[in-house]
Design a protein around this ligand. Sequence first.
Ligand code: ASP
Length: 313
Amino acid sequence: MNRRSFLQTSVGVATLASTSRIFARSDDATLVISTWNHGLPANIAARATLRNGGTVLDAVEHGVMIVEADPTNLSVGLGGLPDRDGIVTLDASIMTGDCRAGSVCFVQGIAHPISLARMVMERTPHVILAGLGAERFAREQGISQVPNALTLQARKAWEVWCKEKNYSPVINIENHDTIGLLAINSSGEMAGACTTSGLAFKAHGRVGDSPIIGAGLYVDNEVGAATCTGLGESVLRTLASFLAVESMRSGASPQQACETAIKRIVSKHSNYKDFQVGILAIDRQRRHGAYSIQKGFSYALNEELKTSASYIG
Ligand code: ASP
C-alpha cells in the first residue's frame, strides 16, 4: 500500500469510525420500547426515524404505523378481529412529554388511526374524537375511509366465534394485542403511541383503555412514560399508565412502577387470574421496566425481544 492509498484508507476508516461513533452515540442515547413481538419491526422503524433526524413524535407514529399496516395482525389496524357484529372498530392515542395528547376511538375504515390521533392533537383544540365525528374529521383532513371489509383471516375467526357467541378474553397468545410504543430521544424528549382494534368480538361501541390518556398511555418529560396492553377495562378502572408515571414521580424505578400498577390491578380484580395485562415504562435516565399479570408478555427493547417478569410466576 503506498502512502496515498494508506492515507485514503486511514481517512476512510477514521471517518467510518467517527460516523459509527456518532451513530452509536445517538443510538445509545435513544430508547424505544414497545409491546409484544410486533414491537420489533415498530421499534426498528421508530429508531430509523430518530436516526434520520425525525422528532420523537414522528418516531412513535412511524413505529406503530408499521403494525397498523400489517393485514395479518389480528389486533391492530384494519386487519384486526371485529366486534360481535363483524365490524372492525379502532382506538388509538398519542402523547408527547410536554403533555400534549390526541386520540380517536370507535373509528371505522381508517388505515392509520394513530395519524388521525396526531391530527386531533395538532389540528384541533380537543384531545379525543369518537366514532362518526372522528371519521368526519378524517375526511376533512383528506384521509379516505376504506369500506369495512374483514380480511379472510378475521372473517374466518369471526365466523367460528359466531357459532358459539361465547365472549371470554383469551389470556395470552403470541403476537396479539395492542401496540404501545414509548420513545426517548437523545435530547431527553419523550413520546408514546398506542393503537389497537381492541378486544376481539367486543360489544359494538365498546372503547378500551388504549385511547384514554392515563389508562393505555401516559407521558411526562419530567418523569417518564408508560403504556399498557391487555384487558382494557381493568386498566381503565385503575388508570394504570398514569399510576406508573406518578409512581416514578415519587421515586420508583420504571420496574417498580410497572409492578405497582399491576399489583393495583390485581388488588382491585378478584378475577385477575382470568385475564392478562402487561405494562411498560421508561424514565428520564433511560431505564425501563416491564411487568404483567400472567407469564408470556413479550416486548421489544430497541432491536431486542424480551419477556417480562409476571405477578403469577
Ligand atoms: N387493551 C386493549 C383493549 O382493551 C386490548 C389489548 O391490548 O389486548 O382494547
